[in-house]
Write a protein that binds this ligand. Structure first.
Ligand SMILES: *Cc1c(COP(=O)(O)O)cnc(C)c1O
Length: 498
């Protein structure tokens, strides 16, 4: 018996076969040759392990190689990142890209990035400008802050704020606010990554303003200081001069006070927390800047959205905190960004810090952000045009009407019971954890639910719903109006396949 490896065809012979020749119409020759060599090598490895008794059938092999190569090359050409129909009912779904943008923001982004721009150019002076000037005035106007800075995301904004304001002296933070937001955002780790010592104060369930006060003196790192001793150490360490700089007055204390909004959970029972206003007063007294990580960046009155009370950005700024940080792609409804607003000297320190360069925002994001902020100048327009706000405010009965129109377009009969039902959605994005959003959508029961869910995820566009017990639920609140015909088509295809 001859060595089966000898019987493998060469690249030239394969290139001449009609199946492989078809690939040359679609892909560069070098690519196809590389792929053929790979196929031949793999085949050689296969027949070495398990020698075939018969000589391979050349046309069969050429066809198999061509099919594999075609599938691989076409997969490489298809982007991995694609639009998806969100039928989960979770409005700010971080895994699905958080906030869909308003048409105005999309247009601004496309217009700006197709050509050159004045990203870092002053059109007035004809000289170098700053990218950080672009959304500045709008943000100040909308939030009442003296100054503003936009960076890559809110986690980055926090790292920058702490590095620039607290530095080696550390940040004073309550043990009840050492939170995890999800997606790898664990506050202690973010603080550590900023290279800033963490001076924990209070307990998990109760932190008083006095605890912060001790933290500013460097007593907040563990052993509870007795009340009486605090005064003594205070007088021993602190020269009682009016002119002393904060650094002199607090040689062992923190460099900044941090308050974190507990976005994604609530504490009940025997709890206590210091109000932001008290922290601001303490900050003024001790000369330490106060940083407030607000998270969601609500710009409109929560009542308009039917939401429970939640501090808006403007209210947070009005407390006098030095910096308020929030995300661009949560309740603001814009692109991914970390937005810093607050007192001018503090914002200026951030703008000058070397980390700012590492966290810098790109022009496309700034364009989308400016357009989104422009809509926020008129709350009614913001509610009508920004998808996230429109979705939050939409009545369940309207959502139900859309579900009904989709169901009418579906084939009847078969194994599936298809019904329009009321269901509960969520705001998501780590906001309003206990506030379900009454919604409506389509329920599929009676068939292989996992199989149908997989078929929908594999469609074009992919549709992502929610599997609950023996049903697949598609919440129509988070399906954009433009996507309804696509959803209908995807459902028709998946129901035939499933
Ligand atoms: C969401 C959130 C963050 C992180 O924001 P990103 O923009 O995702 O980096 C930080 N802090 C709080 C309180 C948040 O809710």
């Amino acid at each position: 018996m001859t060595d089966p490896r000898r019987r493998l065809p060469g690249v030239d012979r394969l290139l001449a076969s009609p199946e492989v020749a078809d690939l040359l119409d679609l892909y560069p020759r070098d690519r196809v040759v590389t792929e053929l060599r790979r196929e031949i090598d793999e085949e050689r490895a296969r027949v070495t392990v398990a020698p075939a008794p018969e000589a391979p059938d050349f046309p069969e092999m050429a066809e198999r190689f061509a099919r594999d190569i075609g599938a691989r090359l076409s997969r490489l050409r298809q982007p991995s990142l694609r639009p998806v129909v969100n039928a989960t009912g979770v409005i700010l779904h971080t895994n699905l890209g958080r906030a869909p943008l308003a048409p105005e923001a999309v247009e601004a982004m496309v217009r700006l990035t197709a050509g050159y721009s004045n990203l870092e150019f002053s059109l007035e002076e004809g000289t170098r400008g700053s990218r950080y000037d672009h959304a500045r005035e709008l943000l100040s106007d909308l939030t009442g802050a003296e100054d503003a800075l936009v960076v890559n995301n809110a986690a980055g904004a926090l790292v920058l704020a702490l590095a620039a304001l607290a530095g080696e002296r550390g940040v004073v933070v309550s043990r009840g606010e050492l939170i995890e937001i999800g997606g790898g955002f664990r506050l202690p780790e973010v603080i550590a990554a900023a290279g800033v010592p963490m001076l924990e104060v209070g307990t998990t369930n109760r932190t008083r303003i006095e605890d912060y006060a001790e933290g500013t003196l460097g007593h907040g790192t563990g052993a509870p200081a007795e009340q009486g001793h605090t005064e003594q150490r205070h007088s021993a360490q602190v020269p009682a001069t009016q002119e002393a700089t904060p650094a002199q007055r607090h040689p062992a204390g923190g460099g900044a006070l941090l308050k974190v909004h507990r976005s994604n959970f609530r504490m009940v029972g025997f709890t206590e927390e210091a109000a932001l206003t008290d922290l601001v007063a303490l900050g003024e007294e001790s000369g330490l800047p106060v940083v407030y990580d607000l998270g969601s960046g609500l710009m409109v009155d929560p009542v308009l959205l039917g939401l429970p009370p939640e501090p808006t950005v403007r209210e947070s700024v009005a407390t006098g905190a030095d910096l308020v940080l929030f995300s661009g792609d949560k309740l603001l409804g814009g692109p991914q960004a970390g937005i810093v607003v607050g007192r001018a000297p503090a914002v200026a320190l951030l703008r000058r810090h070397p980390l700012c360069r590492a966290l810098r925002v790109d022009g496309a994001t700034l364009a989308a952000l400016e357009a989104t902020l422009g809509l926020h100048l008129d709350p009614a327009q913001a509610m009508a045009r920004i998808p996230v706000l429109r979705m939050i405010a939409e009545r369940a009965s309207e959502v139900e009407g859309r579900a009904q129109s989709v169901v009418r377009g579906l084939p009847s009969g078969g194994e599936w019971q298809v019904e329009v039902v009321r269901m509960e959605g969520r705001i998501g994005g780590g906001t309003f954890p206990e506030h379900p959003v009454p919604s409506a959508g389509i329920r599929f029961q009676g068939g292989d639910v996992e199989h149908l869910a997989r078929a929908l995820r594999g469609g074009t566009p992919p549709v992502v719903g929610r599997v609950a017990k023996d049903a697949l639920l598609l919440d129509l609140r988070t399906v954009l109006p433009d996507e309804l015909p696509l959803l209908e088509k995807a459902l028709q295809a998946a129901l035939v396949g499933a």
